[in-house]
Design a protein around this ligand. Structure first.
Ligand code: COA
Length: 154
């Protein structure tokens, strides 16, 4: 198994139109979807529409992390005022080998450098999503509020 522990091999770049399929496959993989609040399978055409629109929303920043030139993770920031909400996933084949930890770290550094008005980054994580909780905790995120949800139609 690979270990993603050489931080200098990790590069962050902005996502482009060319990443549409890569992001579709990672996001639609059952191992990714099961931890999302909306875990349904995504239609390709819906994804393409969402993605291409996302690329031009000024408050949305989608980053691709590459390790030794190979894409390994996607991080999205949605900025409202001085708060950025983060969403992260790594390639299904790379999980639990340290990638998520350094991808999040590099993405936060990107925010510090490029989004000077952002003062706080928040993440919504399902309580059972231990790998995600660990990755945020290892990057110094604190449990500073609890979000509760009610499904009206259940
Ligand atoms: C969440 C995600 C980005 C983490 O990336 P990753 O590359 O797997 O993370 P890492 O390998 O850097 O770290 C995972 C940590 O979780 C721990 N972990 C993984 N599975 C675990 C389990 N079942 N129980 C306890 N700890 C677990 C690992 O041991 C590691 O912690 P450690 O370094 O303290 O040992 C990735 O798993 C992913 O894309 N998941 C699907 C999408 C998702 O849930 N995104 C987050 C939405 S908020």
């Amino acid at each position: 198994m690979m270990q993603y522990n050489e931080r200098r091999e990790l590069k962050i770049r902005l996502a482009t139109e060319n990443d549409v399929n890569l992001i579709y496959h990672w996001r639609n993989d059952p191992s990714t979807r099961k931890y999302f609040f909306d875990d349904s399978e995504i239609e390709k055409s819906n994804h393409e529409k969402w993605y291409l629109e996302s690329l031009v929303i000024p408050s949305r920043h989608i980053l691709i992390a590459e390790y030794i030139e190979c894409p390994v993770g996607v991080v999205r920031f949605d900025v409202k005022g001085n708060i950025a909400e983060v969403d992260i996933y790594t390639s299904p084949g790379s999980r639990q080998q340290g990638a998520g930890t350094i991808v999040l770290e590099a993405a936060i550094n990107w925010v510090k450098k490029n989004l000077k008005n952002v003062e706080k980054v928040v993440a919504k994580v399902k309580p059972q999503n231990v790998p995600s909780l660990r990755v945020f905790e290892k990057n110094n995120f604190k449990h500073d509020y609890i979000a509760l949800g009610l499904n009206i139609n259940d």
